[in-house]
Design a protein around this ligand. Sequence first.
Ligand code: FAD
Ligand code: NAI
Length: 472
Amino acid sequence: LRVARRSLATSSGGGPGGYVAAIKAAQLGLKTACVEGRGALGGTCLNVGCIPSKSLLHNSHLYHVAHEEFTKRGIDGASNLKINLPTMMKAKEKAVTGLTRGVESLLKKNKADYVKGWGTIVNAGEISVTGLDGTKSTLKTKNIIIATGSEPSPFPGVDVDEKVIVTSTGALSLEKIPESLIVIGGGVIGLELGSVWNRLGSKTTVVEFADSVGAGMDADMAKIFQKTLQKQGMNFKLGTKVISAKKNAAGKVEVVVEPAKGGPKETIVVDVVLLSIGRRPFTQNLGLEKAGVKLDTKGRVITDAQFKTNIPGIRAIGDVIAGPMLAHKSEEEGIAAAEYIHSGHGHVNYNAIPSVIYTHPEVAWVGLNEAEVKAKGIEYNVGLFPFVGNSRAKTIDDAEGTVKIIAEKKTDKILGAHIIGPGAGEMIAEAVLAIEYGASSEDIARTCHAHPTLSEAFKEAAMATYDKPIHF
Ligand code: FAD
Ligand code: NAI
């Protein structure tokens, strides 16, 4: 990204961090350019992340519901359903293309330049760009925002070919439904994309090093979540580490695993392996070393609270710096970074960044989980409300899951909210707003919620936090 005019700025990276920063900077009157090398705007999120995965999650869920539930819901004839994978992939591509083009027109509308090419920082005031056609150009700027995002973490012994040993990128574009799939890493990508292929018919096994799934979610939620996914047919090998995954002569993948604490090795042969053990910051060929920009031990650009690096005039945001690797976190930082450049003031509340796993049911949370509250030595109350007590969830026969609210005992202030259930990803916005405004659980409980809605489960969990719920 480059931002200029009153004070120029340029950012490398056209993902949710970079393009949002560019739009905001331009709206604030700065002459701005956004440098992106992949040939399309929207970054990981729009091209090979949030958007394509949600398209496949949605359509595979529709198939699953039709196949597994239509008959009991009084709709006959679904037993002959067939999956047309190329059409499902086309629907995904349509969503991606529409949205990436949409971002391009948003940049245009806001008069921010889109520079197509790979940027290298020459110094704090200069970026050299190698265009997609190989031509070189230079951008002079007063401010640089690094927003170059992240890439899948590699794993020695597991050689990705994006055909049979894939990262999330390959798993979003498989040409046929694998009969069997091993997912290495039971975090967000593993459980979302594992769900997609499991629903479409792959015998799916998740191998996870830790003793629980969900990469750090509230322990109660992780247990419910795992059970729910097991009911859907997913298998789990927890406390297990992968030693290697190699393609054999028959084109299958031989995966060698052993218990994390040591023990006998086991070889499992599958059609496809998805490697999803986390992502790492992407700073290749960006010229950071030459420019003197400092990185931490994980390769992330070090910034202060205003996203300034150690080099004046260079800031960094999004996946390439510390914090959760989430599109909305990158966007918040993009807006704040542009505002800091413009006026010296910006704001990101890191206590109120929601996480959502878009499986069915969805899992969503914000703020502290119970273990974190305990570790901080805060006295707290927990309010629980299961969806079986919610009339809407019962009406639509989708009542698996629960809402858990954690509030400070002394003040009743909400510290965290954790939801597994239908519509959790939308419902969590209410909890985010509550935390942003410093609400108590009683504030939520005394707020009228429409009936019959799933959000009444959130209100009743709030009631249960300081008093008793009505419907359970
Ligand atoms: P990125 O989106 O990675 O964008 C960085 C861009 O910079 C890239 O387009 C890259 O080509 C470009 N670039 C890098 N170096 C240069 C250079 N030198 N010159 C020019 N351009 C350069 N997050 C969510 O919040 N919700 C989700 O549902 C979700 N789903 C996901 C699903 C998957 C499968 C994956 C992989 C990720 C998902 N994420 C999700 C995470 C989300 O995609 C990232 O957090 C987000 O994209 C980070 O935004 P960013 O702008 O920091 O970086
Ligand atoms: P992750 O950090 O969510 O999960 C990685 C999992 O792999 C962890 O549970 C970890 O214990 C496990 N693991 C690590 N090494 C292992 C090994 N050697 N063997 C077995 N298990 C191992 O990372 P993931 O799923 O790759 O996602 C990367 C990022 O993308 C996440 O930070 C996430 O925020 C983002 N993302 C967000 C989504 C969303 O918001 N819905 C969807 C997909 C990705």
